[in-house]
Design a protein around this ligand. Structure first.
Ligand code: FAD
Length: 405
């Protein structure tokens, strides 16, 4: 374990979501750590194996790689592409035990007929011919993409952090009320007396209240999702009604399968809504919407025998909208028996997008001169795209950190 009376100034990473942990990995792999073995501390309120909390978005997320990057948004496009590349290679090398699943992703658009350009760079991209479009769909594309299982992936990052540092990175569960609290005895007892060399702020929605950051352009976008067990679903589907507007516009319905047979069904995008519990009417609405885009979710034995022609084998039946149980005569969704859990989370949205930049240096305690200034690097505000952009933003955050030294 690293010693708290080390004479080296440490680096602190604040936050242990997907952003804090991927940033920690990239710092550990950088020359900064490799050559100087700077002590590193991660401080966070929430850690990956905690009970779920809506304020800890990384553990609630779907999650899939389905970029929202506008065609002109060079940075977001770069971060999302880079993350796809990194995760795709991880899956290629180690398979689904990574928590990653590579799958065919179908995007269905209603009331607009353009897809984002970034999808064209995914493997196997194709546009569905107009005469092949399902009823009510104005445009559709499909391509190869990825889904992530947060619990598995975050735990593997913890293992990687431990392996890269030979167990030297210390992870502390602690709430930091403000950046200047780094000099409070409750913190110096953990990280040592000398002011940190740098702090990387990866606090997600916590940026609203964290003293000396207090970013009032950050706001929650509430998301409610339903987790079901449906291992026969191995493809992803999304229906976007209306304009996407950088990620939070229109209505979005999605089906996100995971390697372990669980499937996340969603969703909602409720701006500035802090209600932390599931709403029953929303759950019902999600279960109805997902069947419209993925009828195969319906357990096969739920199909009324009258819907089957005598020669049809129920196991091989491809379920379509026409042979689904009638929701007017049976108000119970056929999916209800598959439900494991209903989850709510707050996406850390930010007007103007992700904050990835050097902040104002901190002077902690007495100002001993330039030497003692603590560099601040911000990496937060990833909205609904933290999983699909994490590696790209982590690499840029480390570059900013190194240039600031
Ligand atoms: C329902 C839902 C579905 C989603 N689906 C997708 C998807 O399909 N694809 C995708 O890319 N993204 C998705 N997202 C978004 C994604 O989850 C977030 O963008 C991402 O998790 C943000 O990660 P983060 O590390 O910044 O924040 P978080 O995971 O919220 O972590 C923040 C960390 O900072 C700590 N912290 C905060 N303040 C303090 C403080 N003062 N002191 C100490 N610690 C502090 C917290 O304890 C926590 O450890 C979804 C989100 C939701 C809610």
């Amino acid at each position: 374990m690293s010693s708290t009376n080390s004479t080296q100034r440490p680096i602190v990473i604040l936050g242990a979501g997907i952003i804090g942990l991927t940033t920690a990995v990239r710092i550990l792999e950088s020359p900064l750590y490799q050559e100087e073995k700077i002590p590193i501390h991660i401080i966070a309120d929430h850690l990956p194996n905690d009970p779920l909390d809506p304020k800890y978005a990384s553990t609630i997320a779907g999650a899939h790689h389905l970029s929202f990057a506008d065609d002109e948004d060079v940075n977001q496009t770069k971060w999302d592409k880079r993350t796809f590349h990194v995760m795709y290679n991880e899956w290629k090398n180690e398979g689904e035990k990574t928590g990653l699943m590579v799958l065919k992703q179908t995007e269905l658009f209603v009331k607009h007929n353009q897809h984002l350009k970034i999808y064209e760079d995914h493997p196997d991209f194709q546009v569905i011919e107009p005469d092949q479009l399902p009823k009510g769909i104005d445009h559709s594309v499909n391509f190869t993409s990825l889904t992530m299982t947060p619990f598995t992936y975050l735990n593997r990052l913890l293992d990687r952090i431990s392996a890269l540092s030979n167990g030297q990175v210390m992870i502390h569960r602690h709430h930091l009320p403000s950046l200047s609290s780094l000099s409070h005895p409750s913190i110096t007892a953990m990280i040592g007396e000398i002011p940190p060399l740098a702090i990387v702020v990866c606090v997600g929605i916590g940026a609203i209240t964290l003293g000396q950051v207090e970013d009032q352009t950050v706001f929650p976008t509430r998301g409610q999702v339903v987790k079901v067990k449906a291992p026969w679903i191995r493809s992803g589907f999304t229906r976007q009604v209306g304009e996407l507007n950088g990620g939070e516009g229109g209505e979005r319905t999605y089906v996100i399968p995971r390697p372990d047979g669980e499937v996340i069904l969603g969703g909602t995008r409720e701006l500035n809504d802090w209600y932390p519990y599931p709403r029953e009417e929303t759950t019902k609405d999600i279960l109805k919407r997902v069947l419209e885009i993925c009828p195969d979710l319906c357990p096969k034995y739920k199909i009324a025998p009258s819907a089957l022609a005598p020669e049809q084998d129920i196991e091989k039946l491809h379920i379509t909208e026409d042979n689904l149980p009638d929701s007017d005569t049976d108000p119970t969704s056929p999916l209800e028996e598959l439900v494991i859990q209903t989850l709510v989370g707050f996406r850390p949205s930010r007007k103007g997008g992700i904050r990835l930049e050097r902040g104002k240096d901190l002077v902690l305690g007495r100002d001993h001169g330039k030497q003692d200034k603590t560099i601040v690097v911000h990496n937060y505000g990833h909205g609904g795209a933290g999983w699909q952009s994490c590696w790209g933003t982590a690499e840029d955050a480390v570059e900013i950190l190194i240039k600031s030294m």
